[in-house]
Design a protein around this ligand. Structure first.
Ligand SMILES: Nc1ncnc2c1ncn2[C@@H]1O[C@H](COP(=O)(O)OP(=O)(O)OP(=O)(O)O)[C@@H](O)[C@H]1O
Length: 306
């Protein structure tokens, strides 16, 4: 599907990509991680045909520099930084739809599912939308085409929990027929979304691991947390995740999307001294009762600790 063969790229005399060779197949979901300046964006730009480089890149056998329109029509791209487009929202949707031969109605429907009501903002310049609105619209545009490849740079960073959940569901609907490349600084943010991790450092691939693919993108975890005393910061955090207060802010219940569970656990680990009981159970799975005093979040037991 995607093939990088001995790809090298220099800016002036600085080598930024150094002999990258990778094969990424259909239905692979790849996290492209690495620190600032590792070369992730440059690799993506080579894939999108934006740069000249040494070596070869192909998508489905097509060269993105030679057949740019055809290749770009088959790639859904969500950039980390939204472009500063002054174009009104309606025009942007129509323009993007025409570019890849899709029906603008598909984009409207996807935006609606992500919780973005387009009606009041159709005439507004794209650049004047909030960060989250821009992200939702760019995701709707990227998913609204029959893309074979989805390239996303920190795609869920600006989304609220409800929109993240829908976003994961939308990815789940596409996972069999697309290849996903998700770039991020933080593996935690994307690890549960992917089945392969590629790490870059100083222009080279330093790790390429296939990882367990055991939680479906549309899976849910039922979560219950009890705390020892009421604390405003914890209440706020729980409300952000749409959890329900079962009693004076001391007991909370809610649902966590499967791909978001590490992010959720990372957030709750900040309150570990406060937590007296914690359970996170995959929906549809019945867990055996835990031993009294069994593992807790504090000792890293994680997902079914009780
Ligand atoms: N247009 C350019 N001209 C000159 N140097 C560039 C250009 N684009 C990127 N670089 C350099 O190439 C290196 C790799 O940058 P790149 O943006 O690919 O890294 P990255 O892994 O995406 O980083 P980040 O996580 O910060 O976005 C950096 O040292 C950067 O300064």
């Amino acid at each position: 599907m995607i093939r990088f063969s001995n790809v090298a790229k220099s800016f002036r005399k600085t080598r930024v990509l150094d002999d990258i060779s990778l094969d990424i197949g259909l239905s692979e979901r790849v996290a492209l991680i690495g620190s600032n300046g590792a070369g992730k964006t440059t690799l993506i730009r080579c894939l999108l045909g934006e740069y000249t480089f040494d070596g070869q890149v192909t998508i489905d056998g097509r060269d993105p520099r030679q057949e740019r329109t055809a290749v770009l029509g088959a790639i859904g791209f969500v950039p980390q930084l939204p472009p500063p487009l002054k174009m009104p929202v309606a025009q942007l949707i129509d323009f993007s739809a025409a570019l890849c031969g899709t029906d603008p109605v598909r984009i409207h429907e996807l935006a609606q599912r992500l919780g973005l009501d387009l009606t009041p903002i159709l005439a507004r310049p794209f650049v004047k939308l909030s960060g989250g609105m821009k992200q939702k619209l760019l995701i709707a545009i990227a998913l609204g085409r029959d893309a074979k490849v989805l390239v996303m740079d920190e795609p869920a960073a600006n989304l609220d929990p409800e929109a993240r959940k829908i976003f994961f569901e939308l990815l789940a609907e596409r996972q069999e027929d697309v290849t996903m490349l998700i770039s991020s600084h933080r593996l935690n943010e994307v690890s549960a979304l992917v089945n392969r991790v590629i790490e870059m450092d100083m222009g080279k691939v330093v790790l390429d691991d296939r990882v367990a693919d055991d939680v479906s993108l549309s899976g849910q975890f039922a979560c219950r947390i009890s705390i020892k005393r009421n604390e405003a910061a914890f209440t706020k955090a729980m409300q952000t995740w749409n959890f329900r207060d079962l009693g004076n802010g001391l007991e909370w219940e809610g649902e966590v999307p499967g791909p978001d569970r590490l992010r959720f656990m990372g957030m709750t680990s900040r309150y570990v001294a406060l937590i007296s009981d914690y359970s996170l159970q995959e929906a549809g799975k019945v867990m055996p009762p835990a031993e009294p005093g069994a593992a807790s979040l504090a000792d890293g037991a994680g997902e079914s600790a009780n």
